[in-house]
Design a protein around this ligand. Structure first.
Ligand code: ADP
Ligand code: ADP
Length: 228
């Protein structure tokens, strides 16, 4: 479902963040992206939902060629991709319910079906009883669960998570991982950049290590492989 072929990304300031990457990721995989700071992990991830455009090479996601994609086609691509960030990025003035409903593509849906779907995903992340809260009234782990609910409300085939546990304590991080594993078990591909040695070495998945804009290691049930 994801294929990168000879991909390069050089930023306008001349920094080459991705330096010739070839990789394929199948539907339903769970992949950790690891590597030192500045290695190119965030850029690698941003290329997948066209937050950045490759300087060279081909990227195919869900049968769409991102390198040839026109700007007006980008929203269609992103409908199939959920994204979760380290700092949650919730809308602070909206309630939990509204934050999730807002992301729902409301194409010819009845208000009743919209409500049903929003409550269904809030239930999935264990926050049905906090639908009327605003983000400030929630713990960090709860805010991340809202962000996950928002990311999956449109049933994306791919969920991208950029250090989703980076701001959370260990116990809360394991809760988030349990939710991500459940989402993966239902068939959604998950790509997760992380600096957590504990998580990668405990919940074994495919590990892709990036250094200097290149894939230096790609292992099934791999190890984190760095000291911090
Ligand atoms: P990581 O996520 O592994 O820390 P990044 O993809 O953020 O790596 O960064 C890779 C390299 O690209 C770094 O040298 C970084 O400074 C540079 N970089 C990242 N984003 C930009 C940008 N928008 N403009 C210019 N350089 C950038
Ligand atoms: P943490 O232990 O992660 O710091 P908090 O102590 O902030 O979490 O929150 C514990 C519980 O109290 C959470 O379920 C959260 O939803 C609730 N809570 C925190 N602040 C408020 C608030 N201002 N109004 C209502 N509920 C709150």
């Amino acid at each position: 479902m994801i294929a990168m072929e000879n991909v390069y990304k050089t930023y306008p300031n001349g920094v080459t963040a991705i330096n010739g990457i070839d990789v394929t990721i199948d539907q339903g995989e769970f992949v950790y992206i690891v590597g030192p700071s500045g290695a190119g992990k965030s850029t690698f991830i941003k290329l997948m939902f066209r937050e950045e455009v490759p300087t060279k090479g081909n990227i195919v996601i869900n049968n769409r060629n991102l390198a040839k994609m026109k700007w007006k086609e980008v929203p269609l691509l992103r409908r199939d991709i959920g994204v979760v960030y380290q700092d949650f990025k919730l809308l602070p003035k909206l309630t939990v319910y509204e934050n999730v409903a807002f992301a729902l593509e409301v194409i010819e849906e009845t208000p009743r079906n919209i409500r049903r779907r929003v409550m269904q995903v809030l239930d999935q992340v264990g926050l049905k009883n906090k639908a009327r809260f605003i983000p400030d009234e929630l713990s960090g782990g709860e805010q991340q669960r809202v962000a996950i609910a928002r990311a999956i409300v449109n049933h994306p085939k791919l969920l991208i998570a950029d250090e989703p546990t980076g701001n959370l304590d260990p116990e809360t991080s394991w809760e988030i991982m349990r939710i991500l594993e459940e989402i993966n078990a239902s068939g959604t591909t998950i790509i997760m950049a992380t600096h957590s040695k504990e998580i990668v070495n405990t919940i074994k998945k495919r590990v892709i290590a990036i250094e200097g804009g290149l894939i230096v290691r790609d292992e099934h049930r791999g190890e984190y492989g760095y000291e911090i």
